[in-house]
Design a protein around this ligand. Structure first.
Ligand code: AMP
Length: 170
């Protein structure tokens, strides 16, 4: 199934010069959505994955069904101020300034094997920050899974040393 047909390019969103990869047409089609989740999960089937760490917000859409398929727990990494309880936060720099993501402080137990999930890898900065957070909290990064990869931004370079699996490449 050609999943690229279900990704819509939106030029100049959210700012001029960025071509936004809109995954909502894929979500509208049961077969495409299901194929996307299955394809993202497959490389990690048979691996020991204790928890998926899904990145707000589109990472949640793929991370939750993947966690169910892999028999893993689900950690939600949320933007600052959204989680209700005690948190650990990670500040990182992207093209347009600083970003902060938080997880609950009891989300990761020592040596938990964590799969990081998001819809798309661009520069890799977000996933790299989450990999560092996992390790700072005592976990191990089992890998990173994305539906879409913008290969020209070379995000894999920032994730050197980690296993990176992507399905749709531009
Ligand atoms: P990065 O940290 O540069 O790899 O950026 C990844 C995050 O930004 C992901 O959560 C993506 O959903 C979002 N993102 C970055 N660039 C795009 C794009 N061109 N289209 C859609 N989402 C994007």
């Amino acid at each position: 199934m050609d999943l690229k047909k279900f990704i819509r390019d939106v030029p100049d969103f959210p700012v001029k010069g960025i071509v936004f990869k809109d995954i909502t047409p894929l979500l509208l089609n049961h077969e495409a959505f299901s194929t996307a989740v299955d394809s993202m999960t497959k490389p990690f089937e048979g691996e020991k994955i204790d928890k998926i760490l899904a990145i707000e917000s589109r990472g949640f859409i793929f991370g939750a069904p993947m966690a169910l398929k892999l028999g893993a727990g689900l950690i939600i990494a949320r933007k600052q101020g959204k989680l209700p309880w005690k948190k650990v936060k990670k500040t990182y720099t992207l093209e347009y300034g600083e970003e902060i993501l938080e997880v609950h402080q009891d989300a990761i137990e020592k040596d938990d094997r964590i799969l990081i999930v998001d819809d798309l890898i661009a520069t890799g900065g977000t996933a790299r920050a989450m990999a560092e957070l996992v390790e700072e909290m005592g976990g191990k990064v089992a890998g990173c899974a994305f539906l879409v990869e913008l290969t020209f931004l070379e995000g894999r370079k920032l994730l050197k040393g980690y296993r990176v699996e992507t399905i749709i490449k531009y």
